[in-house]
Design a protein around this ligand. Structure first.
Ligand code: GLU
Length: 464
């Protein structure tokens, strides 16, 4: 094990979105690569906005993507005693203070500060107010350093420096006694021994405030890496307007987790012009040095392309398991149908998503075939009845394997003197309900003898 300790620290106020999943993935890859530790920490100090449903959704998405963590999940809501202790310490050593100001007083201070071209100072009057306003709820503010600069070397963005005069005294404890994000994130990152904080660059502006808290509490400061945000194709921040942003919505749409992982990593990271990476390769090749400084643009077509790739090259057994889940979700009863891995083999080359595959596979399982009306009108007519009868007879008598099925069809062609299309296409409609199924021999083989005969009987009945 190396000393590297990284974390993913989502706030459970919604599903796991594309940006969060990418942050989690980057952290996971770094830890795996270094033989370090990947921690999951649920940042649920905002009691009003955090929900169990969201925690469950985040955990499910992490599991689906295979982002296994070594420690956690830790819940900040279970660590309030620790935060209280640290706030008490800052109060005692004068690095934080209780602020009793009313909203009105605060806005006056803000206005006065704007006039002077500086940030408001809340300290001073607040202390006096404590005695004057006993029993009144107060917030605790961190007394920030006003002189000089706070700088850090970001592993992605390079050196970033802030003028301390830009920082006001932020609230670290709300009136209800709960601590705030910028404070607890420091306590936890320090107490959990994190060596690297890799997160979205929406947190860059929080970093100088956090560094001051590290210093006030006597902690050493970790290395920071801020990952550029993800934009939609209109170069605006990725949002629902651009389609689904929830990772699990993509599972529901028939995407494979390996396609999603491969896609996410390329939203910001590159390795030459390579596009396809297994998780194993990513663990080997990923590095923060190759994460770009500019925003990644979400491209659904590329995700679809990757998904198609992974479906084509996927293991039929595994895809078969997934296929059954999608079919059942669509209400198709699969218990007595053909072997799913065999079904997958006939559809892997023709499906971009598992959902599409499930739609195409339904005919294999349906007891009552859904027929395409146009195909029926054209191919299941009185004229075709003798073809179906001949085919049925031949399929009944043949050894029902790939070779035997082909033989049966050839025999019918000889008997009737027809070209292949004249037999194959009606047979396809009879066996699959439409004209777009995979090769007829494959379909027959996967369906099995009994189902083929039953479906030909049905077609014969429909002809009259
Ligand atoms: N909980 C924060 C968020 O969801 C992330 C905190 C961090 O990574 O520092 O945005």
């Amino acid at each position: 094990m190396s000393d590297m300790r990284v974390r993913f620290a989502p706030s459970p106020t919604g599903y796991l979105h594309i940006g969060g999943a990418r942050t989690a993935l980057f952290n996971y890859l770094l830890a795996q690569q270094a033989g370090g530790t990947f921690i999951l920490r649920i940042e649920d100090t905002d009691v009003e906005r955090s929900t169990q449903e969201s925690v469950d959704a985040i955990l499910a998405a992490m599991e689906w993507l295979g982002l296994d963590y070594d420690e956690g999940p830790y819940y900040q809501s279970e660590r309030f005693d620790l935060y209280r202790e640290k706030i008490q310490y800052l109060l005692e050593c004068g690095k934080a203070y209780k602020c009793y100001c009313t909203e009105e007083e605060l806005s006056q201070k803000r206005e006065a500060a704007i006039e002077q071209g500086s940030k408001p100072q809340y300290d001073g009057t607040c202390r006096n107010l404590e005695a004057q306003r006993p029993g009144q709820p107060y917030v605790v503010r961190f007394k920030s350093t006003r002189e000089g600069t706070t700088a850090f070397d970001d592993l992605i963005k390079g050196n970033i420096s802030f003028n301390n005069s830009e920082l006001d005294d932020m609230i670290i404890q709300r009136t209800d006694g709960t601590p705030t994000y910028n404070f607890v994130v420091v306590v936890d990152d320090a107490e959990m021994g994190l060596t690297h904080v890799v997160r979205g660059d929406d947190h860059v502006n929080n970093t100088p405030r956090q560094i001051q808290i590290y210093e006030a509490l006597g902690y050493s400061v970790p290395q920071f890496a801020h990952v550029p945000m993800i934009l939609g194709d209109d170069k605006k921040r990725l949002s629902k307007r651009h389609g689904a942003t929830s990772v699990m919505a993509y599972r529901d749409m028939g995407y494979l987790p390996e396609a999603m992982v491969n896609y996410l990593v390329r939203l910001g990271w590159s390795h030459g012009d390579e596009e396809i990476f297994s998780k194993h390769e990513l663990i080997e090749k990923f590095s923060l040095q190759n994460v770009g400084r500019s925003a990644g643009v979400f491209n659904p077509d590329k995700l679809l392309w990757l998904n198609e790739h992974y479906i084509k090259s996927g293991d039929p057994q595994r895809l078969g398991q997934l296929l059954l889940e999608y079919l059942e979700r669509d209400g198709v009863v699969t218990a007595e149908g053909p072997d799913a891995a065999e079904v997958v083999k006939t559809l892997q080359d023709r499906s971009k998503t598992m959902l599409e595959m499930a739609q195409k596979a339904a005919f294999y399982y349906e007891d009552e075939l859904e027929y395409d009306e146009k195909a029926v009108a054209k191919f299941i007519t009185a004229e075709q009845a003798p073809i179906f009868s001949a085919l049925k007879e031949a399929l009944e008598q043949t050894t029902f394997d790939a070779e035997g099925i082909e033989q049966a069809f050839k025999q019918v062609l000889e008997q009737t003197g027809l070209k292949f299309g004249k037999v194959g296409q009606p047979a396809r409609v009879a066996l699959s309900g439409g004209t777009s199924a995979p090769g007829i021999y494959e379909v027959a083989l996967v369906l099995g003898q009994d189902r083929c005969i039953a479906r030909l009987n049905k077609a014969i009945a429909m002809c009259s």
